[in-house]
Ligand binder design. Structure first.
Ligand code: MG
Length: 174
């Protein structure tokens, strides 16, 4: 079976508003146009994979039930246009290679879904997202919708205002 291409996306500040340890589904606000962009990726044959650090699970700021409720609301607003979700609950002071900027979640996804990382993209709003993607051999895009608004040079391949603009580039096949 031919290996597939994936678009890996950070969650907070990339797909939805950054609200600092989101533990309430009422605070989930997916950015305009994002569900449509994900649907276009999938229609064009890309796997859509969310990769998110959720250290609030380790520090007690987010309970497992709260994470599940937020996740359910996120999936509702994204109209189910997601193939897989990887989250990392590591504590920031004892990270494994799964925690971004580590590339562990991307390597895990690649093994489980048969993904060609060199033909895949990582989109996020922080330098840790860029480092995670670069470490896995993906091309990288920084979006300005979250913390990305204030990011300096990170060695990123492209910078766009949001996921919708990023999707236009990827889907154009350049
Ligand atoms: Mg983020």
């Amino acid at each position: 079976m031919a290996e597939r291409r994936a678009v890996f996306l950070d969650r907070d500040g990339t797909l939805m508003e950054e609200v600092h340890y989101c533990n309430d589904p009422r605070r989930v606000r997916v950015f305009p146009g994002v569900a449509g962009a994900l649907a276009r990726f999938r229609h064009a044959g890309w796997l859509v994979v969310i990769v998110t650090n959720q250290s609030g699970l380790a520090t007690g700021k987010i309970s497992p039930a709260q994470y599940d409720a937020v996740h359910a609301e996120l999936m509702r607003q994204l109209q189910g246009q997601v193939d897989a979700v990887y989250f990392c609950a590591d504590h920031p002071q004892s990270p494994t290679p799964r925690r971004k900027p580590g590339s562990g979640m991307l390597l895990e996804a690649a093994a489980e879904h048969g993904i060609d990382l060199s033909r895949s993209w990582m989109i996020g709003d922080k330098d840790v997202d860029v480092a995670c993607g670069r470490g896995a051999g993906c091309r990288t895009i920084l979006v300005r919708t979250g913390y990305g608004a204030g990011m300096g040079d990170t060695g990123v391949d492209f910078v766009f205002d949001d996921v919708v603009a990023a999707s236009d580039l990827i889907l154009a096949g350049r």
